[in-house]
Design a protein. Structure first.
Length: 168
């Protein structure tokens, strides 16, 4: 992580409420996650594919576009699972997480058009139960607090609020 990249993220997304969509893709008891550099409490954060809502684009269209840009996969958007609100001293995000199913494409690390030359996506991987358990929680999206198996994410329902990295 570079201070420049973290500053770029804070400058781009800080100081305003950002509405995001995210897709939970589970295949063979594994959940697909992207490594976002310069995001989170430490150097990076593993989080499901997704991104900020665009004006005039509904949540389903937005998620399909973001998922393809970041992973090369085409998806069908299924049910809304939960809403996650994250607030710290720089970032305020309201995230709508949907269950998704792969319909086509070839899995590959894409990019985040919002970040231009300061790309923060550096890896993608399917996390199984062992990888989830063996990854320090500070490096995982806060949805994984209390989650031991990838499939358990599909049981999350309702509204969750994290303020300064603590559930409220």
């Amino acid at each position: 992580m570079t201070a420049n990249a973290r500053d770029s993220v804070n400058q781009k997304f800080g100081g305003k409420v950002r509405v995001r969509v995210g897709g939970i893709l589970i295949e063979d008891n594994k959940v697909l996650l992207l490594k976002h550099d310069s995001v989170g409490k430490k150097d990076y954060l593993w989080s499901p594919p997704g991104g900020g809502m665009e004006f005039g684009e509904n949540a389903e269209e937005n998620l399909k576009r973001e998922f393809f840009e970041e992973t090369g996969l085409q998806i069908k958007v299924d049910e809304l699972l939960f809403i996650n609100e994250f607030i710290n001293n720089k970032i305020h995000a309201i995230e709508l997480f949907f269950k998704v199913k792969k319909t086509g494409g070839i899995l590959k690390l894409g990019n985040d058009p919002e970040m231009g030359n300061q790309q923060i996506l550096s890896d993608l991987a399917f996390f199984d139960e062992n990888k989830l358990k063996n990854t320090e929680k500070d490096y995982l999206h806060n949805m994984f607090i209390g989650i031991n198996k990838p499939q358990e994410v599909l049981n999350l329902k309702g509204y969750f609020k994290f303020v300064n990295n603590s559930i409220k």
